[in-house]
Design a protein around this ligand. Sequence first.
Ligand code: ARG
Ligand code: ZN
Length: 881
Amino acid sequence: MSHTHAHVEIRREDYTPPDYLIETVELRFELDAETTLVSSRLALHANPDRVGRAPELRLDGEELKLISLQLDGVELAPERYRVEEKHLVIPDPPERFILEAVTEISPARNTALSGLYVSGPMLCTQCEAEGFRRITYFLDRPDVMAVYRVTLVAPKSKAPVLLANGNRIETGELPDGRHYATWLDPFKKPSYLFAVVAGDLVALNDRFTTMSGRKINLELYVEQKNLGKCDHAMASLKRAMRWDEEKFGREYDLDTYMIVAVDDFNMGAMENKGLNVFNSRYVLASPETATDDDYQAIEEVIGHEYFHNWTGNRITCRDWFQLSLKEGLTIYRDQEFSADMQSRPVKRITDVRLLRSSQFAEDAGPLAHPVRPDAYLEINNFYSMTVYHKGGEVIRMLATLLGPDGFRKGMDLYFERHDGQAVRVDEFVQAMADAGGRDLGQFMRWYDQAGTPVLTVTDHYDAATRSYQLIVEQSCPATPNQPEKKPFHLPLAMGLLDRQGRELPLRLSGETGGDSRSRVLELREAQETFTFTGVPEKPVPSLLRNYSAPVKLRYDYTEEELVLLMTHDSDPFVRWEAGQVRAGQVILDLVADRQQGRGMALEDSFVAAFRTLLTDAKQDRAFLAEALTLPAESYLAEQMEVIDPDAIFEAREFVRATLGTRLAAEFQQTRAACAPSGPYRPDDGLSGCRRLRNLCLSYLMAPGSQPAIDAAFGQFRSADNMTDSIGALMPLAGCDCPERGEALRMFYEKWKGDRGVVDKWFTLQATSRLPGTLSEVIALLDHPDFEFTNPNRVRSLVGAFSQSNQVRFHDASGAGYRFLADQILKLNTINPQIAARMVTPFSRWRRFDAKRQEMMKKELERILAEPGLAKDVYEIAAKSV
Ligand code: ARG
Ligand code: ZN
């Protein structure tokens, strides 16, 4: 490790309680984009629970200019404190004292978008995880909780709106056209939940009456031009508030709930107490500019941040290793909310798809970490698929193991015991164990062991005794620092079908009665055998219903068995999964054919099964669209020993084109049957229809025939909503035809004033599978609308190309790799968090052939050789290489 990379590793086992606590915080901001003055007044005292005597006070602080410092009202002499690069140290303070500091910061120069920064017409903050220390000196850790009183001062013309957490208790005018507002948040909170916003904003106002009859003001702040795009977010908020009352008995606790939409934001949104700050893409929507997926994502993220008020804010994390305590739990809550608002099976399928394409890949590579990590250099790198989405699956398993009532009791007990505290994952699981009367000791391994477990299932039927054995083995591959794994405690939901597809009763040997058709087996050992009795014939097992555990399932199904499950199983997830497994087999066989120079041919039986499904009028359309979507290239890649991106792409395209040709009539028919009637409404219950119709179009476009191109272009021109516009433009963007350029030009001309839509325009081009895509992407870096300082824009071009265009990013020339490394180095100085996120595609280098391995490693080494590499980027690159 070279000197410039001597970053300190923070380890979970090194946790000690804070030496000092802060009871109250008073802040005064003299706001100005160039130079903001922050005056703080902290009431500190030595922590009675500290380890040993409190020798010195070490406050966190980064990029701060200290202007003045007073202790108990007296200017502190220079020999009584020191300013280090990342700390302010007071060697010998009293037991209890008031510390007053004035610091100077520059929001305009803050391109890292952490702390106080400028976004469009406003100043706003992002403090999670460690941004508060970029505002003032503080004990910037979640187990230091205080009551905040905040005064904002700004020129009224520039910032008519001044917002902070809690309640506005005073406002007034000042000389020189300035004004001020004072806010008090009565709830103790950690610094990461602090927020202020100041700017030229307007609000959409609404009201919500809670279950106990309290009236809450709902305020959604946006730039004037976006006021017409807020209705869906507001409606989603009200649904989320009602849902948390009904499902978890949780009521909102302040008198006002504010949401602010900002264009420049590192992540999705932030749950600051009473004042959520959102990436504008998760707020703004109109039928013309937002797709059905966008509408859905808004509802989900609005719900997520709202649910944090109880799971995150009222009960927060003791330290950042416990991040999944709030994030896994809140992901589970937002998934359940969305499932209740729409089709539950389709929601589950979407969530599983995401988990298996992104989290499984993370868990299988050098960045694998437990849901509760053991160590980090930069905590922002651990806002990961594992902490969030695997963490959500872990909560879901608890809910499955305890049942709905047990889980609800556990949640109630958790809130009852820990409201107002900063706790660990252990406290949560203990509440579940106590409420359910269960031992969850072994279950804790889900938090401590990384890697995706593999369940290998075999079976044996004995006709003489009419008994059926299911033999389940579990194993988990080695991950960094964890060579050996112990068995997990997990729920395996299952059923048994006879050869007509009827469900059989599930009676385990030794049980009497018991006539259930679906049950949850609990696994605890490396190998276990379950013997079912009274089984009249060799059944087909329906395994992992509703995807009851985040594992890879291995069972050797025949083609007939998969078709039986696809058409008959009572569990929609298993029906969908059977089709995916079958399609995966077909495509991977074709990959092998292509690699060995054999011609590709699609089995008739596959086409026939696909036709049956496509023409089954009884099927729910949203579900059908999922069932007819082939496994993603990235998911297929996961299943190969050595990933061959070209062969995967070509085999998958071959299947799509063959289906598009052989089932053209059926696709046209289904598409016509789903034709829109009347104008688009986002909540018209027709989103499944639109999805299916657009899927049909993409199959018809796959062989690239002129009638299909005409149909797509026709839909593109006549669409009255963004879903259908994108549904047509996406296949056009992947088609080597004159209509492509024309449609993309028309789209840009129409939407060049709308940031969100222009992001889509960049992404459409970045994800086109046409061979010239990389050159187009490089050219787009110079487009007047491209900016390195806006995270959404970077993600829409650089992120989309490197993470969602496997075949072009992994171009055999290595040009895609060079391109990405160049952009990472540029972003390193602008926004380290975003730069670090861009490194992940390189972390998969071991999965590719020797030549690609070599080239990717070279780029990683080039990144690591950069002087002044941010620790965010360093951590991901160093672990990857
Ligand atoms: N707590 C936020 C959420 O999940 C995420 C904010 C994380 N931001 C960051 N820079 N790490 O809703
Ligand atoms: Zn969250």
